[in-house]
Design a protein around this ligand. Structure first.
Ligand SMILES: [Zn+2]
Ligand SMILES: [Zn+2]
Length: 120
């Protein structure tokens, strides 16, 4: 179960736009090579060939992470421009209307409470 160098004759070129397994190539773990070979067993070392990626989920995860990273990088690149107006906006002004609204609703509630015993 060792590489005898025969696999080099069957060495497969990396396909363009398609996956290696998708284009019919097989992977030998022992020879650490992708070969064009119809059989299930390596013509070189005799080890069982792989016809599918080892871990599809991991590959998808990795791809998703790379995409997320590129998005995060874009977001980071955008932040310095977006940060400036946010920091400049008066933060103190925002809670003021909220507080008055809360007070109004509280006043309404107390008024409603008072009105109930009067009606009853
Ligand atoms: Zn080999
Ligand atoms: Zn092999």
């Amino acid at each position: 179960m060792t590489c005898k160098g025969i696999c080099a004759r069957y060495k497969a070129q990396k396909p363009v736009g398609v996956g290696r397994y998708a284009s019919g190539q097989r992977r030998c773990q022992i020879c650490e090579i992708f070969i064009k070979w119809e059989g299930l067993w390596c013509p070189c070392c005799g080890y069982r060939l792989r016809t599918k990626p080892r871990n599809l989920k991991y590959k998808a995860k990795l791809r998703a992470r790379v995409e997320a990273d590129s998005i995060a990088e874009k977001a980071l690149a955008d932040t310095p421009i977006a940060d400036t107006p946010i920091a400049d906006t008066p933060i103190a002004d925002t809670p003021k209307p909220k507080k008055s609204a809360a007070k109004k609703s509280a006043a309404k509630k107390s008024a409603a409470k008072k009105s109930i015993p009067i009606k009853a």
